[in-house]
Design a protein around this ligand. Sequence first.
Ligand code: GTP
Ligand code: MG
Length: 370
Amino acid sequence: AGSLSVGELADKLNKESSEIIKKLMNLGVMATINETLEAETIELIATDYGVAVEQEEVVDELDIDNYVEQDDPAKLQERPPVVTIMGHVDHGKTTLLDSIRHTKVTSGEAGGITQHIGAYQVEENNKLITFLDTPGHAAFTTMRARGAEVTDITILVVAADDGVMPQTREAINHAKAAEVPIIVAVNKMDKEGANPDRVMQELMEFQLVPESYGGDTIFVNLSAINGEGIDELLEMILLVAEVEDFKANPDKRARGSVVEAELDKGRGPVATLLVQNGTLHVGEPIVVGNAFGRIRAMVDDLGRQVKSAGPSKPVEIIGLNDVPQAGDPFVVFEEEKKARQIADARKSRAKDAERAQTSKINLDDLFSQI
Ligand code: GTP
Ligand code: MG
C-alpha cells in the first residue's frame, strides 16, 4: 500500500466509508472520507478485515544518498577517527577540548589563528584525530536524531572528585545506543579529593570495566588544567582507532554531515561540514540538507583557505543558497543542474511537510476546543 484516502480504502475493502471511519475512530483517528491515511493505519484496518497488505518498497529519489558514488573496496584507506567528548556538567569537557587543542596545535603555523568552526584536528605520532567541539550531548543527540552517525569514539569525561552523575549515565546510554566505543577520561586528577578508584567502581555498574579489573575499557587519568595525561589519552584514541580500523575512499565525490551552520551577515550561509567519505573540492556542486550551492571557498580549523578536504576533515564552506541544520547530510553531485533540482525538490517537500504539520496542529486545536 502506498497512500490511500479513507474512501479509496473502503472501496478496496468493499466496505462502506462510514464503517471505516467508525473503525478509525475506535483507533483514535479522526478522519474524513477524503483524508489520506498513513501506511500503518491502512495496514491496521486491512488486517482487521483479514486482508493482507503488501508494503511496496518506496525508493525516495530525493534521498541524497542515492547519489553517493559506490565504494571500491580496493581504494579504501585509513582515515582519522572522529571523536566526541561527553560527560556531566562541569566535569571538564570544554577545558579538555581546549587543552587538547592548545597543547597540540602549534600557533606558529601559517595562518595560525585558530578558528571556531565546531570541529578541529590535532596530530599525535604523525596521525590525525578529529574532535567535534560542539557541546557534546547536543551535537551527539541532535545529529543522531537526524540520522547522522559521525562519531567513531566517545570520550566520557568523569571528574575524579565528583564521580558518576546523571549526565554521565545519559552519555553512556547514548554511546551504547550508537554502538560507539567509549574511552573514560577521569579528569581533575590535580584536585584534592580526586578518587579515580571510586570512578572505576561506579562505572563497572555500566559494564565499563577497566583492564586492571579484567575488562576491556580504557581509562585514562588526566587533568585538563595542567595537561597531565593528555598525551596518553590521544595515544589511546589512536589505539582504539587502529583496532576499529576506520576507513574511507578519498578518491571519490564527498559525502558527509553538517556539524554546524549559520547565516553570516557578510558571507551568507556558512556551514561546517565533516567529510565522512571521499574528497571535497572548491567549485563543486553540492546538496547540503535542503540547500544547494557551488563551494565558493573552504577554510580549515586553523583559518587557512584550503582547496580540498579528505575523509574526517572538518571544513567551513560558503556558497550555499540556504542555511542547513546540524546533522544534515551533504553529497557532492556530478552535475550542477541535478544538484539544484534535488535541493529545490527537497526544500519544497520540507515546506509541504511543515504546512501539513501546522494544519494538523490547528485541526487538533479545534477538536480539543469542542
Ligand atoms: P559544561 O559545558 O557546563 O557542561 O561544563 P564542562 O564539562 O565543559 O566543564 P568545564 O570545562 O567548563 O569545566 C568546569 C570547571 O571545572 C571549570 O571551572 C574548569 O576550570 C574546571 N576544571 C576543568 N578541568 C579541570 C581539571 O582538570 N582540574 C581542575 N582543578 N579543574 C578543572
Ligand atoms: Mg562546556
